[in-house]
Write a protein that binds this ligand. Structure first.
Ligand SMILES: Nc1ncnc2c1ncn2[C@@H]1O[C@H](COP(=O)(O)OP(=O)(O)OP(=O)(O)O)[C@@H](O)[C@H]1O
Length: 527
């Protein structure tokens, strides 16, 4: 691929007029043939060719260091013929044009808070129309984007789409609710032919079933009008699907189900051209990493394009991923690992576990502005809090990993439709879930990490809307308070200075033992 690039790069802007230099060209051709017979005649065309290939060598050497730097060719030692003067002039114009383009791209990135690393990064999109001007995007996709009301690409879409379309692997980190899903689906749809019998050519991995189902739905919306085979790996499919006969262009799955299908059902992923790890930092956590490993191995095509997307991308994950990626481009929107600036964040000291419950009842009694998401630390606590709220006149529901698939789906659907006002949840829906217009996220239990905090509160303040996040804390959470306060400060929220002066904590996860959620004093339940 690099070879191809340097080839087209070398000859772009250089037009050797074969008609005008017909006689030279004929001599050059003769010379080439004559070379084999030991002739020694130098033609104009050959001089040009020599000068150019000399440039090619120097340019190749220079390419590995910096992208700009064409001035080096000005010191060509080769004899300058009139034709070569032409070449140099063309080179100069080409250089100026490239510099102009690079400057324009840098300004656009600056305007949208896009930071990149990697060489030869394609310029960001100015608008969706550029998808067809630069990349020949089909009309159906542009119509679907317009139909969904997407007028302008979001910053991550502006940069990540051209990166993936140019065949480069990509690490992408952008705030919650900033349109990362479209950033990876769009290039897949643009690159893959719909409805072929070639087998699976794109795999999107998500950490939860809910997110996988949501991503499959988004993918179908964007593909509307084209006969793509888009499949969600359900439990039944993983267990009983006839993979040899299954028509599938794009497969969306959780790592567990996909690994099961690969290992037990011999699912063939050797023709996969795009592998996306959504919420990639989660997927590189213990418990997922072995499954990811087997999926990465099964996607064995040498030309595969892998990409990692998340709102949080710790350095450790980047290092690990870098070992499997080739020449990846890194795209960061805003500050890495930070919360969306659209969310107003507050910390509330609730004193004790009982204090938290009273504070929640009180805040609901004073003003209830649904839809509201309430996060707790475990499924046991989710059940407990749900029981407590059931006495109030509030339409509450609960979602956690102990529920059946159907119960989980219903909980999500009812919340989406507005039938549920308050959804009590564990971290099972903390990442990626796109509930439109969540007004407030309440961290009833303090999040276990800064990343968990960023993802949880990121269920509100999406797609340009504002949101609110309230985090309760007790004495037990004090050692971890500073970590969350730092995230708040980084996204422009005010935090009391004493919190920022708390000692630094090395421990990454915070899951204290907590008293049961109940206003009834312990031991009185059966009275
Ligand atoms: N260009 C756009 N213009 C307007 N809205 C958009 C655009 N692209 C995506 N959206 C909408 O923005 C919302 C958030 O998008 P998405 O779920 O992809 O966010 P995300 O960055 O993946 O968030 P998270 O980190 O929480 O997973 C969705 O409702 C989506 O439809």
């Amino acid at each position: 691929m690099d070879m191809e690039k340097s080839h087209s790069f070398l000859f772009s802007g250089l037009h050797f007029d074969r008609k005008r230099f017909a006689s030279d060209f004929a001599r050059f051709k003769k010379k080439k043939e004559g070379d084999e017979l030991g002739h020694d005649e130098t033609s104009t065309a050959e001089l040009v060719e020599k000068a150019v290939s000399g440039k090619k060598r120097r340019r190749k050497a220079k390419d590995s260091e910096v992208v700009e730097g064409f001035s080096v060719f000005k010191s060509s030692e080769a004899v300058k013929t009139a034709e070569e003067e032409n070449v140099v002039e063309t080179d100069d114009t080409e250089r100026k044009e490239m510099n102009r383009q690079a400057e324009k791209a840098a300004l656009l990135r600056k305007k949208h808070g896009v930071h990149i690393s990697g060489h030869n990064v394609p310029s960001p999109l100015q608008n969706f129309a550029e998808l067809s001007l630069r990349y020949n995007c089909k009309g159906y996709l542009l119509r679907n984007l317009a139909g969904l009301g997407f007028k302008e690409p979001t910053p991550i879409q502006r940069q990540a789409i051209p990166v993936l379309l140019s065949g480069r692997e990509c690490f992408a980190c952008a705030p919650t609710g900033s349109g990362k899903t479209l950033a990876f689906i769009c290039p897949i749809l643009m690159k893959l032919k719909p409805g072929t019998k070639d087998g699976i050519r794109a795999v999107i991995l998500c950490p939860t079933r809910e997110l996988a189902a949501q991503t499959a739905r988004e993918c179908k919306k964007l593909a509307k009008g084209k006969k793509y085979y888009i499949k969600l790996m359900t439990k039944e499919l993983a267990k009983c699907g006839d993979f040899e006969k299954m028509l599938c262009d794009i497969l969306i799955s959780t790592p567990l189900r996909l690994e099961f299908a690969i290992r037990r059902r011999k699912l063939d992923l050797s023709r996969v051209e795009f592998l996306v790890l959504d919420e990639s930092d989660k997927l590189f956590e213990l418990g997922f990493v072995e499954q990811i490993d087997s999926v990465v191995k099964a996607c064995s095509s040498p030309s595969i394009i892998r990409s990692l997307f998340s709102a949080t991308l710790p350095d450790k994950v980047e290092e690990l991923a870098r070992s499997i990626m080739h020449d990846a481009v890194r795209v960061i929107v805003g500050r890495k690992n930070s919360a969306s600036e659209l969310i107003k964040q507050k910390l509330i000291f609730a004193g004790s576990e009982e204090g938290k419950l009273l504070a929640l009842h009180q805040s609901f009694a004073e003003s209830l502005n649904p839809p509201i998401l309430v996060f707790v630390q475990s499924k046991e606590r989710a059940k407990e809090l749900y029981k407590e709220l059931a006495f109030d006149d509030i339409k509450a529901d609960v979602i956690h990993a102990d529920l059946s698939q159907t119960q989980r789906e219903n909980a999500v659907d009812n919340f989406r439709m507005g039938k549920t006002w308050v959804l009590i949840a564990t971290d099972v829906i903390a990442r990626g879930m796109d509930f439109k217009g969540v007004n407030c996220v309440i961290n009833y239990d303090f999040p276990e990490s800064a990343a968990a905090y960023i993802h949880r509160i990121g269920r509100s303040g999406r797609a340009g809307r504002s949101g609110e996040a309230i985090t309760f804390y007790t004495e037990a959470d004090l050692p971890f308070l500073r970590n969350i306060a730092n995230v708040m400060v980084a996204s422009g929220c005010e935090v009391p200075s004493w919190i920022l002066a708390l000692p630094k904590l090395r421990r990454k996860k915070h899951r204290p033992q907590r008293d049961h959620i109940s206003v009834v004093p312990l031991g009185m339940d059966n009275a």
